[in-house]
Design a protein around this ligand. Structure first.
Ligand code: M6R
Length: 368
């Protein structure tokens, strides 16, 4: 049943091209983005003036990625909130607020309670969920299903990439309803998403060097992950994977925050992962990250850099260079996250831990 893989997680990492492709399937019809279930009117969708994304763990990171796309495409303010914090701080919600609840299982208690709170305040709820018939989509006003298939490994991999994909469809559906993007622009964005599985496959096929790096660094005490823009949630996801699977201290930071404190953590030989923005976004962000890398190298860190294969500026600054295919900035997390998944799984295996069932964790957290 593991299809020749040692762990379900490795099989699920390999299934990511299909998870993304299947999540897109059927969502662009007659030139329009369509959701799976919509129990609210098109007018309601048009009237939305603010978006809150609520989720936990990896689903939360997928929401952080989505914020960049949603604000850029729709010009709606979009806040991303840890579901367990949301209802306890009296968020400002009304009938023109859209609350997007992201949950692989659809049963996460914190996310479900956030949804229920949003509904008491008359907000509209859209669920992004991987499990048909689960509670969160049942209580939502609209649903977009991810089609990652059942995910057995406790650490989210294919569901995570499928969530980013579905979140982008939500963004496009909102942009379409509000008219902030022309139909041909929406179509072009969708086509770009449709081309991603091919590049995701290339990354999946080139993970052996990442596993080698993981075995070399498996004895590390602490690992840092840095990124900017969508590279920041990618850093958080990299750190979460390593914590939950390898029980290794790991932190993700927005690279610009380094000098405001975290740089004090850098010690001789400490592994630091960095995702470089794609060439498309080169310029300010790219050069800022180059300076960040120089700062941490000057303090003796070992740099593991994930960057486009053609990024000849980043390559010489890397102790380890992990090339990924070129992409747009917004789509880069669909590629850059994959080496982090493989790295965490391999470190865990090298340390003798159960990759599919990390200690203290449940696949679906149904208590608040
Ligand atoms: O089922 P959900 O998407 O609501 O689960 C949310 C988190 O519990 C989940 O993503 C968790 O963080 C994973 N173990 C991460 O790999």
């Amino acid at each position: 049943e593991k299809g020749g893989y040692d762990y379900f997680m490795l099989k699920e990492i390999a299934e990511q091209p299909g998870a993304v492709a299947d999540t897109l399937l059927g969502h662009f019809q007659d030139g329009r983005i369509v959701l799976d279930e919509q129990r609210m009117s098109d007018q309601d969708l048009r009237d939305i003036d603010k978006v809150f994304i609520v989720a936990c763990g990896s689903a939360y990171h997928s929401g952080m990625v989505a914020k960049y796309a949603i604000e850029h495409w729709t010009r709606l303010p979009c806040e991303v909130e840890i579901a367990s914090e949301f209802r306890y701080r009296d968020p400002v919600l009304d009938r023109s607020t859209l609350v997007v609840a992201i949950s692989q299982s659809g049963e996460t208690a914190d996310t479900l309670e956030a949804v229920r709170h949003a509904k008491t305040q008359k907000a509209r709820v859209l669920a992004v969920c991987n499990t048909n018939g689960s509670q969160i989509p049942r209580e939502a006003d609209a649903v977009l299903y991810t089609h990652a298939g059942p995910e057995i490994g406790v650490a989210s991999t294919k569901a995570y990439l499928a969530q980013i994909t579905a979140n982008y469809l939500v963004g496009l559906a909102l942009a379409q309803a509000r008219g902030t993007k022309y139909p041909d622009e929406v179509a072009a964005e969708f086509r770009q998403l449709e081309r991603m599985p091919e590049d995701i496959q290339k990354v999946v096929d080139s993970l052996d060097p990442v596993r080698g790096i993981a075995r070399e660094l498996a004895g590390s005490k602490s690992v840092l992950f840095l990124g900017r823009h969508v590279g920041y949630p990618t850093a958080l996801e990299g750190a979460l994977k390593l914590k939950e699977l390898a029980y290794m201290h790991a932190e993700g930071f927005p690279a610009g925050e380094l000098k405001h404190g975290p740089i004090a953590l850098i010690e001789e030989g400490m592994p630091v992962f960095i995702v470089m923005p794609p060439v498309e976004g080169r310029g300010v962000l790219h050069s800022k990250l180059v300076s960040n890398i120089q700062e941490i190298r000057a303090r003796g860190a070992r740099t593991i850099v994930i960057a486009e294969e053609g990024d000849e500026v980043a390559r010489p600054l890397s102790d380890y260079f992990i090339p990924i295919p070129a992409s747009t900035t917004l789509l880069q997390p669909l590629l850059a996250t994959i080496p982090y998944q493989a790295f965490a799984a391999e470190v865990a295996a090298a340390r003798g831990y159960d990759v599919d069932k990390p200690r203290n964790l449940a696949k679906s957290v149904t208590v608040e």
